[in-house]
Design a protein. Structure first.
Length: 154
């Protein structure tokens, strides 16, 4: 393998899939609970991991990955701006979920928050993959630390 950034697109998809799995675990903890308090406890555990991983993934993209994209394809600046806006929206939604968990909100309210996060996250991931995978797989850049580029799940 040369110094090309080969398979970053695949790695991006893999990270997105791990984040989808983490969200499914958080949802399962809420939806499968009949006692109420266990759901809040479990969601706090899953949210710490999921929320931290999603936030770190987006911060890594904002700090480094998007520079690779823009170096390779400067005309993608509007796409990158949209993706950064999505990151801000997801930060807000994660904060609202955290507040709901800490306030001891019920199952239905927690599911509503998870539904919102999932909807925005899935739309964001699909758009990002559609617009960036080809650019990332074809970028002619030296190999870099994937965790620095994609976050802790890379």
């Amino acid at each position: 393998m040369s110094g090309r950034v080969v398979a970053w697109g695949r790695e991006l998809r893999d990270v997105h899939n791990r984040l989808r799995d983490a969200l499914r675990l958080a949802r399962s903890a809420v939806e499968d609970d009949t006692a109420g308090s266990a759901a809040v406890r479990d969601l706090q555990v899953y949210c710490v991991g999921f929320c931290a991983a999603l936030t770190a993934h987006h911060r890594s993209e904002d700090a480094t990955l998007f520079d690779v994209v823009l170096d390779a394809e400067p005309e993608l600046a509007p796409v990158v701006a949209d993706l950064k806006r999505d990151h801000s929206m997801l930060d807000h939604l994660l904060g609202e979920l955290d507040r709901a968990v800490r306030a001891g909100e019920g199952r239905d309210e927690l599911v509503r928050h998870l539904d919102g996060i999932e909807a925005v996250m899935e739309t964001h991931f699909r758009f990002e993959e559609k617009k960036l995978v080809g650019v990332l797989d074809g970028a002619d850049r030296p190999a870099a630390d994937l965790q620095k580029m994609l976050g802790p799940l890379a």
